[in-house]
Ligand binder design. Structure first.
Ligand SMILES: [Fe+2]
Ligand SMILES: [Fe+2]
Length: 291
């Protein structure tokens, strides 16, 4: 029987102390390649974890033009028993319809997730900002615009100091070693610098279809945790060591975070494959214990 990780089990909590408990899903790719048996196992594990928020970092569908993909994605989202903050991925914009791409590229995405592509969600112990990095003028590459940077900085600056500051978007912050040349944002270095200046604690991304957790921003005076989620339900794996589906859970508070990568293992369902405990120090977050 797989272990279920409870946020309250890892550290004694004081009276009235607030603990964040979120799950990070990415790259559903509803359509060809979607694995219904994995989606079923995922729902079972989520019902045990009971996250207060599910952050979804894009590529909800395989093909924007296919209505059946959107219906499948909507059915999946409706069966999740937790609020969802979702940002679009490059697959969630039109490819073969240039008029739709120029005029209303986010129309279908925003209709299915029932929120705008840029959004914010407030938790008892955290503030989460979702940003659309998938622009209509580029097919695969992502970018965070100057207005998005300013709005994010203003939103986070207005949050209580004890709140975790979390930012989510589809494209990654650095190139996966030797992998996809389009696996990260354009202008990623200056965005990392901006995130460090905002004293962000955690950045959640997808797009590359394999999980990875590391610190970034130390060179700019504040290290934050960057967690890239794998593909939750698609059979399009892009890393030789991660030929399975996965998702990530994050729980904790402004002093300590527990990050777990859950991998799909057939009859066992989703089980913990990696676990890291992070602690906040004077210069930001450091991994204290990890596997
Ligand atoms: Fe994807
Ligand atoms: Fe993508």
């Amino acid at each position: 029987m797989a272990m279920v990780v409870s946020p309250l089990r890892h550290r004694a909590t004081g009276e009235g102390e607030r603990i964040m408990n979120l799950v990070h899903l990415s790259d559903l790719h509803a359509g060809p390649g979607f694995r219904p048996e994995v989606a079923h196992a995922l729902r079972l594990r989520l019902s045990e974890l009971q996250p207060e928020l599910i952050v979804f970092t894009g590529d909800l569908v395989q093909r924007w033009e296919r209505t059946s993909d959107w219906l499948m994605a909507r059915g999946f989202l409706r069966r999740l028993a937790a609020p969802v903050l979702a940002v679009p991925g490059n697959h969630d914009l039109p490819v073969f319809d240039p008029i739709a791409r120029a005029w209303r590229p986010l129309l279908r995405f925003e209709a299915v997730v029932a929120q705008s592509a840029d959004s914010q969600h407030q938790l008892a112990a955290a503030s989460v900002v979702g940003l659309n990095a998938s622009k209509f003028w580029t097919l695969d590459l992502g970018r965070i615009s100057a207005p998005q940077r300013h709005q994010t900085a203003a939103l986070l600056a207005a949050q209580p100091p004890e709140h975790l500051r979390i930012v989510a978007h589809h494209h990654g912050l650095a190139e996966p070693a030797g992998k996809r040349p389009r696996g990260r944002l354009r202008g990623a270095l200056s965005w990392v610098q901006a995130l460090a200046a905002m004293r962000v604690d955690l950045v959640l991304t997808g797009h590359n279809h394999f999980p990875m957790v590391q610190a970034l921003g130390a060179g700019y005076g504040h290290a934050f945790v960057w967690s890239q989620a794998g593909t939750a339900t698609s059979s399009y794996y892009r890393h030789p060591e991660w030929q399975t589906n996965s998702f990530t859970s994050v729980c904790g508070d402004a002093r300590e975070l527990l990050v777990c990568v859950w991998a799909y293992r057939g009859a066992e369902g989703f089980v913990v494959a990696k676990r890291q405990r992070w602690r906040r120090q004077a210069l930001g977050w450091q991994c204290a214990v990890g596997s």
